[in-house]
Structure formats: structure tokens, C-alpha cells
Ligand binder design. Structure first.
Ligand SMILES: NC(=O)c1ccc[n+]([C@@H]2O[C@H](COP(=O)([O-])OP(=O)(O)OC[C@H]3O[C@@H](n4cnc5c(N)ncnc54)[C@H](OP(=O)(O)O)[C@@H]3O)[C@@H](O)[C@H]2O)c1
Length: 230
């Protein structure tokens, strides 16, 4: 039987590439995004892989939509849950310019949503299920040599803390968790000057996820498998 993978923010960027590669390897993919009817690439993939791709509307910042997803899934088992949806928030704000705008949304989407999604789908995770959380090197406090990016950095440090707690809490149930830095990737968020394309990033992350187990659960890893400092 094929693996079932659920991914958020599946309509573009890294999320869409995950969907493409997972379908190519034979997974059943539950692709969640805010506006499935406008997600042209996903709709096209759905026509290509009618028995393996399901599109579900999900704004991860809306708790009632998380419950809608749970109702849609019923008691189906999710083998791999990829928390990919994320946002950078207000750009180019230096020290002295930051205010509260964007803070709640960035924290809601990047930090709270992955936790609430895992809690909501807790019964859909079985022994050997895996959870991947798209963090960022920008969340590494030990690597921060350039300052700035206050909200995004804080959100990714915070989601690292959440991922580590999930790894501890879910280990007795046989569920492993990994925090991933996808690299600096050419997407809308990464911009055109980014160093790698989505294909390279996702190929690497899928290898890291394939190697994830309870012995290496709770680690923070680069897309190429290198362990990263907190
Ligand atoms: N690109 C990089 O260099 C890089 C580096 C480090 C980490 N990351 C992380 O990797 C992940 C994917 O990034 P990306 O580069 O693919 O970014 P992207 O191209 O900007 O795509 C972001 C995705 O997140 C979705 N999203 C945002 N808010 C959402 C919400 N409230 N509910 C549901 N979906 C929402 C977007 O959906 P809409 O189309 O509806 O907005 C889109 O599908 C993010 O967590 C990001 O922080 C990226």
C-alpha cells in the first residue's frame, strides 16, 4: 500500500515540489492549500494522478478549518505530515522600524499552526508516522551573525522549540519529528537569487525524512542531511 503524506501550503514553491516528487514516488498525497480551486498546478496534477492526489482547502491559521480537515480525514492514517506553509512577514525592517504589524500572523502561521495541526490530527498518526516541520536556518540562534529579520527569525526559533517538544511527547507513541532547513531556495519567499531550486531542496529533504526514526527524532537538519546548530 502506498504511503499517505499530508502537506500544507502545497500550491506553490517548496510545497508544490513536495507534491510533485511524492506523487512521482507513488505516495498518496493530501495537498492542503488556502484556495484549491485557484491552484492551477495542483488541479492539473489531480487530473494526472486522480487516485493519488486529494486537494483540500486549508488556511492553517484558522482553527475551524483544522477541524474541517480532521472531519474530512476521519480515522485515516497519515504516514507523513509535512508542515510546510509559512510566511516571512514584513520585509526589510531594520532595528528601530519594527512594530506589531504582521507579528500575530507570522506567529500564527509559522509557530502555532504546526502545533495545532499535529494536535488536531493526533489520532491520525500511527506508530512509525513521521512529522516534518519546515523551519529555517534563520531560526538558528547560534548561526545568527547578521541580525535583523526579527519576526521571521523569532518564529522559526519558536517552531524549533515546538518541534523538539513534539519529538519528546510523541516518542512513546512511535512518532518521529524532524525540523528541516530547506536551503536558500528559489521560490517567492526565497527570491530569484537563492542558491538552489525547489527540486534539489525537496530531493534532499525527502531523503532526510526517509531516514527519520525515533533514534534521530527531534533533530534540526539541513536539506542535505547535515545537522544544524540551534
Ligand atoms: N525559500 C526559502 O529559501 C526558505 C528558506 C528557509 C525556510 N523556508 C520555509 O519553507 C517553507 C515553504 O517556503 P517557500 O519558499 O515555498 O515559500 P512560498 O513560495 O512563499 O510559499 C509559501 C506557502 O505557504 C502558504 N501559506 C502561507 N500562509 C498560509 C496560511 N495561513 N494557510 C495555508 N497556507 C499558507 C502559501 O499559500 P498562499 O499561496 O495561499 O499564500 C504558500 O503555499 C516555509 O515554511 C518557509 O518559511 C523557505
Amino acid at each position: 500500500m502506498s504511503n499517505t503524506t499530508l502537506i500544507t501550503g502545497a500550491n506553490r514553491g517548496i510545497g508544490l515540489q513536495f507534491v510533485q516528487q511524492l506523487l512521482a514516488q507513488g505516495d498518496t498525497v493530501i495537498a492542503c492549500c488556502r484556495n484549491p480551486e485557484q491552484a492551477a498546478e495542483l488541479v492539473q496534477l489531480g487530473e494526472q494522478f486522480p487516485h493519488h492526489l486529494e486537494l483540500v482547502g486549508l488556511d492553517v491559521s484558522q482553527p475551524e478549518q483544522l477541524h474541517g480537515l480532521k472531519a474530512y480525514l476521519g480515522d485515516r492514517i497519515i504516514d507523513t505530515l509535512i508542515n510546510n506553509a509559512g510566511l516571512y512577514g514584513p520585509k526589510g525592517l531594520h532595528f528601530g522600524e519594527v512594530d506589531s504589524s504582521g507579528f500575530n500572523e507570522v506567529m500564527q502561521v509559522n509557530v502555532l499552526a504546526p502545533l495545532l495541526l499535529v494536535q488536531t490530527l493526533s489520532d491520525n498518526l500511527a506508530r512509525n508516522s513521521k512529522i516534518a516541520i519546515l523551519s529555517s536556518m534563520m531560526g538558528s540562534i547560534s548561526d545568527n551573525q547578521s541580525g535583523g529579520a526579527y519576526l521571521y527569525r523569532a518564529s522559526k526559533s519558536a517552531v524549533n522549540a515546538i518541534g523538539k517538544s513534539l519529538a519528546n511527547d510523541l516518542a512513546p507513541r512511535g512518532v518521529a519529528v524532524i525540523l528541516l532547513h530547506p536551503g536558500w531556495v528559489q521560490t517567492e519567499m526565497g527570491g530569484p537569487n537563492a542558491l538552489i531550486d525547489t527540486q534539489t531542496s525537496v530531493e534532499g529533504m525527502l531523503k532526510v525524512i526517509a531516514a527519520l526514526n525515533l533514534d534521530n527524532s527531534g533533530e534540526f537538519r539541513n536539506y542535505d542531511g547535515r545537522e544544524l546548530g540551534w
